[in-house]
Ligand binder design. Structure first.
Ligand SMILES: Nc1ncnc2c1ncn2[C@@H]1O[C@H](COP(=O)(O)OP(=O)(O)O)[C@@H](O)[C@H]1O
Ligand SMILES: [Mg+2]
Length: 397
């Protein structure tokens, strides 16, 4: 029996226990788990190793190599993509297709395919979140030189992210990486998205017994609209006077507020030195996520992190002026407030799963309760009220 060629990244199982000589569809193993997926062409199966779950996708070698390499590079460029873990080459299987291969990716915790978002044949109140999520994802990928070539409702994974929706690229077979994308490349990628999303919406309408006329066909065009606004905000150059350096701080703060990190600032004299052109190099959309992780080691998605940092500041303000530094305050808050509350959440009947998102739901509830009562409601009281109310989530737009 020929042996497969495995490339596995560190800190993962070696996957040598899997029956690579057989087609993926035929595998019968106790650690294979059934999980919901989007619409797809290739065989995809999920294997559990302890707490971790991996997705294994079987596809022709050439596509597998491209997907594995592209996902790895995109991950290095800090783009929102699933983590590629391994490539398995089985050249002797299916020689017509220049060999069969498999790509292994880390299962994205708490993520789900689009079906969970649909109610009665459309995305209902989550539609606006979906538009922003897709626009944000495409902007981030394009900023990193990624022409995707197959953006669709099924080729991404969704996660709740405080009051927003976090969207991650999962299918990278068609990716082409460049240093910089031209406007033409960006727009042809957006056109592919429009066609794919319209196809997806037509399928959704058909599945729920509706007609094409009833399908939501403007979704893709609206994603482009939001994409353009965001792209403009991130990529426009400002002209500032020599005594207007404060506007550099202003520009940085605006980008951070949108969640983007600023990787660099460039000032170029124009108009014979009368003004300066301010160019910013935009980094990943993980400003609050990194800040929270640095201060407290808590891992969260971008908007969750923003909300949790606000909670940290709220507790700092409540505890009055302090002589200790920010890092110590942050650790005190984590040990004294955050972790005990998370432990309480885990004990609740509906408290398993994405506990960080549940914590954010609680924070939102505490805020509305305090607002209604016109005073700060303490955590204990707000928590009891939230549980009694059935642990409501963030209101939908
Ligand atoms: N790492 C992963 N985490 C969670 N789900 C995944 C992962 N990889 C794939 N999936 C699921 O499998 C489906 C198919 O994967 P995809 O890469 O799009 O395959 P195909 O090339 O056949 O379209 C996706 O829609 C997604 O639901
Ligand atoms: Mg796919």
């Amino acid at each position: 029996m020929p042996t497969p060629h495995l490339t596995i990244l560190p800190n993962n199982p070696d996957f040598l226990d899997l029956p690579w000589s057989e087609p993926l569809a035929d595998w019968k193993l106790p650690n294979l788990v059934e999980l919901p997926t989007g619409v797809h062409r290739h065989v995809v199966r999920f294997a559990a190793y302890g707490e971790r779950i991996y997705a294994i996708k079987e596809l022709p070698l050439r596509h597998a190599r491209n997907e594995f390499t592209s996902l790895r590079i995109l991950q290095e460029r800090r783009a929102p993509v699933v983590e590629a873990v391994g490539l398995v080459e089985r050249a002797w299987l299916d020689p017509r297709e220049e060999g069969s291969a498999a790509v292994i990716t880390r299962y994205l915790d708490y993520a789900f395919p689009y079906r969970e978002l649909i109610t009665g044949g459309d995305f209902g109140p989550r539609r606006a979140q979906l538009l922003d999520g897709f626009a944000g994802l495409l902007v981030e990928l394009h900023l990193r030189g990624c022409f995707w070539g197959d953006c669709s409702l099924s080729n991404v994974l969704y996660r709740y992210d405080a009051a927003a929706l976090d969207i991650t690229m999962v299918d990278g077979e068609t990716v082409e990486l460049h240093d910089v994308l031209s406007a033409g490349q960006r727009y042809s990628d957006l056109e592919i998205m429009v066609v794919n999303v319209a196809g997806g919406m037509a399928d959704i309408a058909a599945e729920s017994g509706g007609s094409i006329d009833e399908a939501d066909m403007t979704l893709g065009a609206e994603v482009i609209h939001r994409y353009e606004r965001l792209w403009e905000e991130l990529n426009s150059d400002w002209l500032i006077g020599p005594d207007e350096r404060y506007r550099i701080t202003e520009r940085t703060a605006r980008l951070n507020d949108l969640g983007f990190e600023v990787a660099g600032v460039e000032l170029e004299p124009v108009e014979n030195g009368r003004r300066l052109r301010l160019k910013v190099e935009v980094g990943g959309r993980s400003y609050h996520r990194h800040r929270l992780s640095q201060l407290t080691s808590i891992e969260a998605t971008e908007n969750q992190a923003r909300q949790i940092l606000a909670d940290l500041r709220y507790h700092e303000a409540k505890s009055g002026p302090s002589s200790v530094n920010k890092a110590v305050e942050a650790i005190r808050w984590r040990i004294g407030v955050f972790e005990p509350l998370l432990a309480e959440i885990e004990k609740l009947p509906g408290g398993t799963g994405d506990t960080v998102q549940l914590y954010c739901d609680f924070l939102h509830h505490r805020y509305t309760l305090s607002h209604d009562r016109g005073r700060d409601v303490p955590n204990d009281e707000a928590f009891a009220h939230w549980v009694a109310a059935g642990m409501p989530g963030h209101p939908l737009p």
